[in-house]
Write a protein that binds this ligand. Structure first.
Ligand SMILES: [Zn+2]
Length: 267
């Protein structure tokens, strides 16, 4: 009888590993399940953005944006892309700045029409100083939520091995100034830097960038309330500490002598 009970206990334990464990507290609801996130791949169509030889910013933007969508959907969010192919939203007859402004307004209308909770516009930087490298997030100076989102994304991007330790910065560019919801512009790297140009052509690196941008969004939504309760969110809580540390101690000091900027006067 004793052997029978031991055998039965063993079978039950193996087939139901949690059968004899204490009941665990229910996991907190996933806040991303109720969120719509707009991802805007910058440029498109006749507007290539930054160019280096036959490498176009618009193509990198779209690859990263599609990968961010994939990762955020896996995390439970609804994701809308403002474009999912090689085009922009300007209409025939418009040219130059007027066409660009029309395109951006259409993207903003899409973000609003989908009632997106946040928006992230994806770009690639290019400057005359070829030593500049590293991904960086920008937010509008009047958006506290945009700043929080940018800091969360920035700290995740900084965690990519070998990544230049840039900081989130302010920008008054058109998308950030005119999007009603918290919005962040991410320049995923510098096409003008030889090393980063190589990386930006590597699908695995683009996926890493996308995963980190998505992780920043998860931190933005999950860190404030009860984040440390679940193992999966421990990293989140640590991440938020880091975000706040940047905000309090190094953000403003760092911002003054960082002289790269979002190259998006009419973005
Ligand atoms: Zn751009």
């Amino acid at each position: 009888m004793k052997n029978f009970i031991i055998t039965l206990t063993l079978i039950l334990t193996l087939s139901h590993p949690g059968a004899f464990a204490a009941a665990k507290p229910a996991a907190p609801p996933n806040p991303l399940l109720s969120k719509t996130i707009a991802i805007d791949p910058g440029h498109g169509g006749y507007d290539p953005g930054a160019i280096w030889g036959d490498i176009y910013e618009k193509d990198i933007n779209l690859r990263v944006a599609k990968a961010v969508k994939k990762h955020l959907e896996r995390a439970g969010a609804k994701v809308v892309l403002t474009r999912d192919g090689d085009y922009n939203h300007a209409i025939a007859g418009l040219h130059g700045r007027e066409a660009k402004r029309y395109d951006l307004n259409q993207r903003i209308k899409l973000i609003n029409a989908h009632k997106a909770d946040i928006a992230i516009t994806i770009h690639v930087n290019s400057v005359s100083k070829r030593s500049y490298e590293g991904a960086e997030a920008f937010y509008h100076p009047k958006s506290a939520e945009g700043k929080k989102l940018a800091l969360a994304i920035q700290q995740e991007l900084r965690a990519i091995p070998g990544m230049k330790q840039r900081i989130a910065k302010i920008s008054n560019c058109y998308m950030l100034s005119n999007t009603r919801v918290p919005a962040v512009l991410v320049e995923v790297g510098f096409l003008s830097n030889a090393h980063e140009r190589e990386l930006l052509q590597d699908p695995a690196y683009l996926d890493t960038l996308a995963r980190k941008i998505a992780a920043g969004v998860v931190i933005y939504y999950t860190a404030p309330a009860g984040a440390a309760k679940q193992g999966i969110l421990q990293k989140t809580a640590t991440g938020l500490d880091f975000v706040f540390r940047i905000m309090e101690h190094t953000f403003f000091a760092g911002n003054r002598h960082e002289n790269s900027r979002c190259n998006c006067i009419i973005h």
